[in-house]
Design a protein around this ligand. Structure first.
Ligand code: AMP
Ligand code: MG
Length: 346
């Protein structure tokens, strides 16, 4: 059911780009749209491309997504991630994709002091977020699991990965951003210069719409996830969101527990942010940062942004306020009843 609802929302979000219609044609060669709806990586994906090479490019993109799913799945016994997690401390040879993702993960983990930490998988798993068999781990279980989550223990040497015994990783925080980067690369190589994809609501665009205008990307309201909260107009950018509504369960205690874990205590991150959207040119970077900034919360995520200022973001706080960076001020439309304000630079 969750998948069905999120799929409808995601398709609605894509339609907001103003390019609805499957395989529709307006008669002009560079205006011909082709699209694909795919279910992969536990996510509804919607891909749309324009121009005469669009169909061929989308077929190639679909094949690439299947390969990436095989490599990156945490549950498929043939995947790189599964082999790393079950190597008993021995070195494992992985694909270039997996190596690139882990390299970026380690870089952002260092830069965010472990707010992003792919080694938290034993904790993610204990909460049941992998299987859907949700549970609240007890107070003794979490500290013992946290002992084996120091990301400095994950070693990457070219395409050789070594992870200590009892450690486990998952690439869920970056895999979709990497995938949308790769899809865009296939589009470019295939001669497509106008395309947009949504991987479970994480959007990445190539070029502009065929008429030269910007893409309109809707971001969901975390307090009412079946409605949109704002629209951001972008060119060739990724718009990637981490939210507490994306995967969660309600415990017997009546509290909601979501899938993004704070490595400081092993509990779902609850530091003042309920949704963080990162806008930038690299999908993997935006995906890694959206998870990390969600963990940091508000206002720490604003301090991190101030220290870099090479991406834009929209952050929603648990007291129902929207904050966004000045770089998107001219292309940001608040369509919610929440107040929205620009994050001061200093
Ligand atoms: P995202 O939706 O991109 O924010 O990624 C969330 C997914 O990343 C979760 O479903 C987990 O598989 C994994 N995850 C949860 N917490 C963290 C964390 N602090 N660092 C890295 N990965 C995480
Ligand atoms: Mg992420």
């Amino acid at each position: 059911m969750r998948h069905t609802i999120s799929g409808i929302i995601m398709l609605a979000a894509l339609l907001l780009t103003g390019c609805g219609g499957t395989n529709s044609s307006s008669g002009k060669a560079n205006d011909t749209a082709a699209s694909r709806d795919i279910f992969a990586m536990d996510t509804f994906m919607s891909l749309k491309a324009y121009g005469s090479n669009a169909d061929e490019a989308l077929d190639k993109a679909g094949e690439r997504i299947s390969v990436l799913e095989e490599e990156l799945s945490v549950t498929n016994e043939n995947s790189d991630i599964w082999r790393i997690d079950h190597a008993g401390g021995n070195p494992v040879q992985v694909s270039e994709d997996t190596a690139a993702i882990l390299k970026k993960a380690l870089e952002i983990s260092d830069d965010t002091d472990g707010a992003l930490n792919v080694c938290l998988y034993p904790v993610v798993s204990a909460w049941g977020f992998t299987t859907g068999e949700y549970r609240i781990p007890d107070d003794e279980e979490i500290p013992s699991l946290l002992k084996n989550t120091d990301w400095h223990s994950l070693h990457l040497d070219g395409s050789t990965v070594t992870l200590p015994e009892k450690y486990q990783i998952d690439a869920g925080a970056l895999a979709k951003g990497y995938t949308s980067d790769e899809v865009m690369e296939i589009m470019r190589e295939s001669g497509v210069d106008s395309a947009i994809v949504s991987l479970g609501g994480n959007v990445q665009a190539l070029g502009t719409k065929p008429d030269g205008s910007l893409w309109k990307v809707a971001v969901r309201d975390p307090f009412s996830p079946d409605t949109d909260m704002c629209v951001v107009e972008v060119g060739e950018k990724a718009v990637i969101t981490s939210g507490n509504y994306e995967r969660y369960f309600t415990g017997d205690d009546g509290n909601n527990y979501w899938h993004i874990i704070d490595g400081n205590d092993g509990y779902p991150a609850d530091n003042g942010a309920v949704s963080v959207t990162v806008i930038g040119s690299s999908g993997i970077e935006c995906d890694a940062l959206s998870t990390a900034l969600f963990v940091m919360g508000y206002p720490a995520a604003c301090d991190y942004w101030r220290s870099r200022q090479d991406f834009d973001m929209v952050i929603v706080t648990d007291d129902q306020r929207i904050y966004y960076t000045e770089g998107i001020a001219d292309v940001f439309s608040n369509i919610s009843s929440m107040p929205a304000e620009v994050i001061p630079v200093a």
